[in-house]
Design a protein around this ligand. Structure first.
Ligand code: IPM
Ligand code: MN
Length: 361
């Protein structure tokens, strides 16, 4: 199969974790005889430095031509006070919107070998296995009007949370399809006791659920969901929610997996004429500028994102399972970066990448 991939290392640790992820991708391509073509582009702070904008047109073109895009991380402290258009994060929001990747899948699994690295009690965490399906191209992240106006006591900031029915329908169908291949349970998360947005969300989810009578649906308010995630994480199979709630809940989910450095994500849109599903793959973690360039960052989130790419964009289930199994083997081996190995000598980013390749065989 032809695998035509765009890599956007981005900022901070993005470069070093994507390097390891690409190494794993090359290893898989060689082993299963796929024809891999990799191009590289600029996104985020590095793109602002080189071109003046966080999402250059050249990157948009490269992403439109690629079958799938692998992203590292964006964000640099020097842009903390920059205007909205000159922030690295704007680049990420731009590419998500340009690719139309409306469903962000964030699997959260408590690997048996890692239960000790979660601060929660082992019996609560053990066996956790869920996917947070976060709506990614709508809601308050994109709604208008937005902005800060006025000055002094008149200064005022506005953001708008909007959802249309089709935006809710398509991500809901994606969640239910995923549930069918798993434990057949969807928990939709909203704030329908307060927000009209959430009232429409819940109504549309209930309607779409009728197309999937074999899948069980329940609803949680987002505040209660935040609590249930740490009280009883095993109750969740698919968690379906809007953009900002999903952003917040998925960082909480990271605690269950032991480290945010391990969490992969897949953002999926519609199918291309080539048959590949449009996809943007990125670890859930940020750019961690404090440890960037030190060969310390955990590359497993980025490597897991390559596994997700093989599965979701190309339907290469055997290759994807091999990557997942290799991650699990490396976790069990204890050759891990410091975030997962609080004592003893940690492995470097590069050593973890090589260990995953070796485990794939
Ligand atoms: C994430 C990140 C992004 C988001 C930021 C960097 C814009 O936190 O992918 O979770 O909020 O979506
Ligand atoms: Mn986030």
């Amino acid at each position: 199969m032809d695998l035509n991939i765009l890599v956007l290392p981005g900022d901070g640790i993005g470069a070093e974790v994507t390097r390891e992820a690409v190494k794993v991708l090359e290893h898989v391509a060689a082993k299963w005889k796929h024809c891999l073509a990799i191009s590289e582009g600029l996104l985020g702070g590095i793109a602002i430095h080189r071109t003046g904008t966080p999402f250059p047109e050249e990157t948009a073109r490269l992403a439109a031509d690629a079958d799938a895009t692998l992203m590292g991380a964006v964000g640099l402290p020097e842009f903390d006070n920059a205007p909205p258009e000159k922030r690295p994060e704007k680049g990420l929001l731009g590419i998500r919107q340009a690719l139309g990747v409306y469903a962000n899948l964030r699997p959260v699994r408590a690997y048996a070998s890692q239960v000790e690295s979660s601060p929660l009690k082992n019996h609560l965490v053990e066996g956790t296995d869920m996917i947070i399906v976060r709506e990614l191209t709508g809601g308050i992240y994109y709604g208008t009007p937005r902005g800060i106006t006025g000055s002094g006591a008149e200064e005022r900031a506005v953001n708008t949370m909007t959802y249309t029915r089709p935006e809710i329908e398509r991500v809901t169908r994606m969640a239910f399809h995923l549930a069918r291949a798993r434990r057949k349970k969807v928990t939709s998360v909203d704030k329908s006791n307060v927000l009209e947005n959430s009232q429409l969300w819940r109504r549309v989810v209930v309607e779409i659920a009728k197309e999937f009578p074999d899948v069980q649906l329940d609803h949680l308010l987002v505040d209660n969901c935040a609590m249930q995630l740490v009280l009883n994480p095993k109750r969740f199979d698919i968690v379906l929610t809007e953009n900002m709630f999903g952003d917040i809940l998925s960082d909480e989910g990271a605690v269950l997996a032991g480290s945010i450095g391990m969490l992969p994500s897949a953002s999926i849109g519609d199918r291309r004429p080539s048959g590949a599903w449009v996809g943007l793959y990125e670890p859930v973690h940020g750019s961690a500028p404090d440890i960037a360039g030190q060969n310390k960052a955990n590359p497993l989130g980025a490597i897991g994102s390559v596994g997700a790419m093989l599965e979701y964009s190309f339907g290469l289930k055997e290759e994807a399972s091999a990557v997942d199994a290799a991650i699990e083997a490396v976790l069990a081996s204890g050759r891990l970066t410091a975030d997962l190995r609080p004592s003893g000598a940690p492995a470097t980013t590069e050593q973890v990448g090589s260990a995953v390749c070796a485990a794939i065989g």
